[in-house]
Ligand binder design. Structure first.
Ligand SMILES: Cc1cc2nc3c(=O)[nH]c(=O)nc-3n(C[C@H](O)[C@H](O)[C@H](O)COP(=O)(O)O)c2cc1C
Length: 351
């Protein structure tokens, strides 16, 4: 069924529509998937305190993503290999995100090339995510091409140097690379990524005028290194638990990074486990400037193409707005940690 009223209903429709092996591929995470589960578990452990008679009016969630004005603090996370889910893959996803005025991210693991995504989505607001799977010259060429295609920022994905061992995937004997077409060339040499250090970030931040965002940051130590080396944004993420079975949820990571980075103005994006409006409120109260949506956008893509992707974002917009009015949040400034009860959260992590 193409129609869905909620994200959980979309997920049910997705599961019915898609081959179980492909379903396992998207659900899969590193080893037994513990880190993916803990993203959702940690969100559940956070309690939001409602505040009555707060004169919320019509809540205003507008802000700036660097120089771009946006009305809703939600982005589309980069996800590779999307032609498994729709013939046009990332081109279609971009169309859906743009319909809902959402900034989308695609990257070097995309099946469709940036030129092709841009050709079909002339006005889309997008960022380009680079896995450092080649030499410096290749990375710089990726950046130049992103500049040529009017990307708003460069995202460097630093947490996925080698494909992890995902039990769900391995036990399905599924190879995603064999399903669906591609126009984006395969990156030349993933093993190059094992040998980079922080000097790469310094070089690249001098090379481009576009803001550089580092994706995969989970500790305050790495967040500070990101700032010191010229990054303008950090993307707090464990890749939806898909790469390293660390057991570290992104809520916990955001909480501890925010404590150390209080006096630094750096854009903080977070992702992991968001499936409803109140999840967004929790991350914003923990200190994120923006949240990003991963798997649910793919459910929407497979179920109803660009209309499905857009519907996912419209559902989240409505849920965020209603939760803000009923919970007493007027605008982005109303989100702060005083509005959370983190006791259960503290018990889990001892913070
Ligand atoms: C199927 C799939 C493919 C992904 N591919 C990429 C990728 O190519 N680049 C990247 O930076 N992150 C990738 N990610 C991670 C997402 O950008 C994001 O961090 C994660 O999905 C967020 O968690 P969520 O799925 O629980 O929302 C991928 C995630 C999934 C589920």
């Amino acid at each position: 069924m193409k129609n869905f009223a909620t994200i959980r209903q979309c997920k049910v429709n997705f599961k019915k529509k898609i081959n179980y092996k492909t379903y396992n591929w998207i659900a899969a995470a590193a080893e037994d998937g513990f880190t993916s589960e803990i993203n959702s578990e940690a969100l559940k452990q956070i309690i939001i305190k409602p505040q009555l008679l707060s004169k919320t009016g019509y809540p205003d969630c507008s802000s700036n993503f660097f120089k771009t004005k946006i009305k809703f603090p939600v982005l589309l996370a980069p996800m590779g290999h999307q032609t498994q889910f729709h013939r046009n893959g990332e081109i279609e996803t971009c169309r859906g995100a743009f319909k809902s005025d959402i900034i989308s991210s695609f990257g070097t693991q995309s099946r469709m090339s940036l030129d092709d995504i841009r050709k079909s989505n002339k006005n889309a607001k997008l960022t380009w995510t680079i896995f450092p799977f080649g030499d410096l010259k290749w990375i710089k060429n990726q950046i130049k091409n992103a500049e040529k295609n009017n990307a708003l920022a460069i995202v460097l994905c630093l947490d996925a140097n080698v494909r992890s061992c995902r039990y769900k995937d391995l036990e399905s004997f599924y190879d995603a690379r064999k399903i669906g077409k591609r126009t984006n060339p395969i990156s030349p040499n993933p093993e190059k990524s094992y040998f980079y250090d922080w000097s790469l970030i310094k070089k690249l931040s001098k090379f481009t005028k576009l803001p550089i965002i580092l994706k995969g940051i989970l500790t305050s130590e790495d967040a500070i290194r990101a700032i010191e080396n010229g990054a303008k944004g950090i993307w707090i993420s464990n890749h939806g638990g898909r790469m390293f079975n660390s057991g570290l949820s992104t809520s916990h990571a955001l909480f501890s990074i925010n404590k150390k980075l209080k006096n630094h103005r750096i854009i903080k994006i977070v992702d992991g486990g968001i499936e409803k409006g109140s999840d967004i409120i929790k991350y914003l109260c923990l200190g994120a400037d923006f949240v990003a949506i991963g798997r649910p956008a793919i459910y929407g893509l497979a179920v109803n193409g660009n209309l499905g992707v857009s519907r996912i974002f419209e559902i989240l917009k409505k849920e965020l707005r209603t939760s803000m009015i009923n919970g007493g949040f007027k605008n982005l400034k109303s989100f702060n940690q005083n509005r959370l009860i983190l006791n259960k959260f503290k018990n889990i992590y001892g913070i």
